[in-house]
Write a protein that binds this ligand. Sequence first.
Ligand SMILES: Cc1ncc(C[n+]2csc(CCOP(=O)(O)OP(=O)(O)O)c2C)c(N)n1
Ligand SMILES: [Mg+2]
Length: 339
Amino acid sequence: MDKMTEVTTEPQKETTTFADIDHAMGLRMYENMRRVRDFDEAVHELNAAGELPGFVHVYVGEEGIASGVMTAINDDDYITSTHRGHGHCVAKGVEMDGMMAELYGRVTGICKGKGGSMHIADFSKGMLGANGIVAGSTPIAVGAALSAQMRNSGQVAVCFFGDGATNEGIFHESLNLASIWDLPCIFVCENNGYAQTTATSYAMNVKDLAVRAKSYNIPGVIVDGQDIIAVHRATKKAAERAREGKGPSLLECKTTRFYGHFEGDNLKYRDPNEAIEARKRDPLVLFADNVAPAIGVTTDEMKVIDEKVADVIKKAIEFGRSSPFPSPEDCLNDVYVNY
Ligand SMILES: Cc1ncc(C[n+]2csc(CCOP(=O)(O)OP(=O)(O)O)c2C)c(N)n1
Ligand SMILES: [Mg+2]
């Protein structure tokens, strides 16, 4: 079996051309990122205004990862997600009306208002669920990949998780099983440097989490998570390998969250300059400045997308706000399934 054990770094856009990214793909990438960004910026504002109930973790700043991955896989591929899952859902194509109504706890929500932010799922889109349990996304992706392998369906399962998840036992069990069975699974670590208030540098004695792939004899790739092109290319390579039956890969995407761990986080543990520096590498701005001109995507085209997305989000908020709450009699329905 052709397995790579070396940890590699995906070439960055500065050193490569964009021959593999055409105009249509450029538009798709920009729109995907814009949708992810604006959805969570809206959630950030609504939560601060006291309008959205519950506990939410926004994805702002990390869009290059979800959008880079999703533009490199197929609609019928699977994903599993985390507590910071809105971006994964939006990027995979889950409708924003249902997502927003779910956050409002309304009956029209994607989980009928009973799941909330950390349990959004839409099997019809291959989105197998956000997950409040850190690293809980990993065995679910392994199961989905095993199913794809047994059915010989050619699908891959992409598993999103944070740096903190890589210290959980189930993460290691999942990589091991996926490796020995050569499962079509792509493990995407979103290394934003923190697990809640704990810096990765405090919690781990390795700088690059991609090295953890070595224990399982699978490729480990370090990727600039702010660079959608780098994420897209690394995912394509990993997906190709997975579909050829060569097994899983681990992509470590380095990124930064622009806001706190959760909405309401006072961020006392983080130097404010970190967010200021991080915003200089905003994935949408990097795309607009470096990629768009090179592939012929114009500012006017991006403006049209901005307006379209703003409209979709405005409608989603109105839909959420005006939908009814579930009735008390409905409380226990759909919570358990009897087979
Ligand atoms: C098994 C488990 N342990 C602890 C928690 C509490 N918790 C919620 S989010 C979080 C940090 C996760 O950090 P990371 O995996 O890096 O993801 P990030 O929030 O940075 O995206 C922790 C410890 C939990 N939800 N589940
Ligand atoms: Mg983290």
